[in-house]
Design a binder for this molecule. Structure first.
Ligand code: PXP
Length: 251
């Protein structure tokens, strides 16, 4: 039996709502504890350069108080590297960051600044932090990740989630093909961005994708049915898709 995919719950947008008014409510650390009770395997948080949602203090409190492993999403800047090396989260996902974007709009440019990226990955890895690169599901990007000595990649699933009909099938196939290429290269494979109850199953069914990181949709759904319930439903859709995919392969 293939292992269930891990669910990393991204709590950034709990902080977005808190920051709309300032103060402390709703607290992303409380959301992390709810996520643990609802069956999450990890907590993901993106400390952005402009601190628009998660704050430095959130990272400190998450590091000190949650039991689940923390995956810190970060740009490869000297400031973020220093913060990561100070807090030593279990994992760090290197993402591209543009000040003017509303969210992380695409995968990392793994072709420019390779020396810089390689140094960043090596410093994080030497500190015992498991490094992933947030990339497009493209074989050339995977080859570049290997050259950079990254042990893990996370596929940006935004294009798949945004597309409809035949275009969505094409985007899904890109992810499936990239996951197969990652396996050949012995890269651990994660995926995330824009996943919903509707789009998660097809990605969770890919047997070599070991972790999905999901945030915005879960926090949005929490408005209607509660955070615990939205995470539990996502968890069960992921687990069912993986079990069914396994059943089909062994039938
Ligand atoms: N993975 C990475 C690397 C991300 O940057 C994000 C968005 O912060 C996510 C996953 C989660 O995306 P979403 O909030 O759309 O579920």
């Amino acid at each position: 039996m293939k292992m269930k995919p891990r669910l990393g719950v991204n709590i950034d947008h709990v902080a977005t709502i808190r920051n709309a008014r300032g103060g402390r409510h709703p607290d992303p650390v409380r959301a992390a504890n709810v996520a643990e009770n609802a069956g999450a395997d990890g907590i993901t948080a993106h400390l952005r350069e402009d601190r628009r949602h998660i704050s430095d203090d959130d990272i400190r409190r998450l590091g000190e108080s949650i039991r689940l492993p923390l995956n810190l999403e970060m740009a490869a800047t000297p400031e973020m590297l220093e913060i990561a090396l100070h807090h030593k989260p279990r994992a760090a996902c290197i993402v591209p960051e543009k000040r003017e974007e509303r969210t992380t709009e695409g995968g990392l440019d793994v072709f420019s600044s390779q020396d810089h990226l390689k140094r960043c990955i090596s410093q994080l890895s030497d500190a015992g932090i498991r490094v992933s690169l947030f990339i497009e599901p493209d074989p050339r990007h995977l080859d570049a990740a290997v050259a950079l000595d990254a042990p893990v990649v996370e596929f940006h699933t935004g294009a798949y989630c945004d597309a409809a009909g035949a275009a969505r099938h094409r985007e899904l196939q890109r992810i499936i093909d990239a996951a197969a290429h990652a396996e050949d290269l012995a890269l651990e494979c994660h995926a995330g961005h824009g996943l919903t109850f509707e789009t998660v199953s097809a990605v969770a069914a890919i047997p070599t994708i070991v972790e999905l990181n999901i945030g915005h949709f879960l926090v949005g759904e929490a408005i209607f049915g509660g955070l615990e319930s939205s995470i539990k439903r996502m968890r069960s859709l992921m687990d069912r898709a993986r079990a069914e995919a396994h059943g089909e392969r062994s039938a």
